[in-house]
Design a binder for this molecule. Sequence first.
Ligand code: FMN
Ligand code: 173
Length: 387
Amino acid sequence: MSERFGHYQSELYLQAYGGTKPPFTTDPTRLEAEAERVLDPGPFHYVAGDAGSGATTRANREAFDRWGIVPRMLTDATERELSTTVLGQTLPAPVVLAPVGVQSIVHTEAERATARAAAGLGLPMVLSTASSTSIEDAAAASGDGPRWFQLYWPNDPDVCGSILARARASGYTVLVVTLDTWSLGWRPCDLDNGYLPFLKAEGTAVPFSDPVFRSRLDASPEEDQAMAVLRWISMITGTDRGWDALPFLREHWDGPIVLKGIQHVDDARLAADAGVDGIVVSNHGGRQVDGAVAALDVLPEIATAVGDRLEVLFDSGVRTGADVVKALALGAKAVLLGRPYVYGLALGGEDGVRHVVRSLLADLDLTLGLSGRRSVRGLGPEVLVRR
Ligand SMILES: Cc1cc2nc3c(=O)[nH]c(=O)nc-3n(C[C@H](O)[C@H](O)[C@H](O)COP(=O)(O)O)c2cc1C
Ligand SMILES: O=C(O)C(=O)c1ccccc1
């Protein structure tokens, strides 16, 4: 796909002359408030919420604000190139839709809408193990779009193997293994609202459609939903595995493997020593450890330590084109976008996701060009100053 993403700006201005406004805001700082107006409190706070006092979420944003882009002039940046290669795949832009579970709580089309929007833009969608759509249905919606699969690692090896086999058979190419959520963090908002979607069997489409998981139950999920949910939760919670368990994943996956949730440089080194293909430097958007370090603050050290041995991806707090430029300049190959596209899904389904992601990419394209840079490749710390 060779779309000039910056064209979305002229498209929106021209539409305005025809009397049509954007479907909803183009301002990432207003998305959350607009989504709050269309969502019930439980789902809204589940998406927007974070761990404890929210300190990590705030730290993620503050870390971006501490860097400034220093624009260059007269560099001929009229034509920009956003495309880049990530884990052997050429992507039209260095942006991936992060794995977000239970999308049915914000829109009836759920992950199918996200999959269609991502495929239309040629960007990978990472399907969550906690998806409300089965692996196969999401793949069908994604068509020939790039798709990656995120694993919450069941402690039953046969169940794990079965899920991975289904993902491979359905055309998911990259395996993203999330390490930081072997239990949900302390989330006061959800506790106060008494809101946990899994207890109502939302976000259980992957195990409930899995023959090996079903074979582990005394009664089918249709007969005894509560027991099936509890069995599944017990399989994916706990942290009794160590780095020596990774070869199991290699045996059951024939494409790139990425570890998500890395925040310590020594863990990044262990990931490289283990031979994985990539990591996502991430604190899960501030949803797990309250008071954790901002993901952006650990990115430079990690990228310097292991960037030549594996691909370093980044998420947690990315909202604007400038944020993408900063993360790339500090060593990320690409970023994952979380909550913003989920707000787009809530506000407009597939079109809403597309509007949010196109807005981000247009902002990225223009920010890059007006900063005097022609390509997302080769950005380095010289682009930035510390405020
Ligand atoms: C509602 C919600 C559900 C999420 N579910 C998952 C999940 O199932 N698997 C996962 O690896 N990460 C999950 N995440 C974390 C995202 O993949 C990502 O790390 C985070 O949202 C990035 O931060 P951001 O929201 O600030 O962009 C979820 C995040 C949200 C907001
Ligand atoms: O809520 C989350 O952050 C998350 O990662 C998750 C975990 C399990 C099921 C659904 C989402």
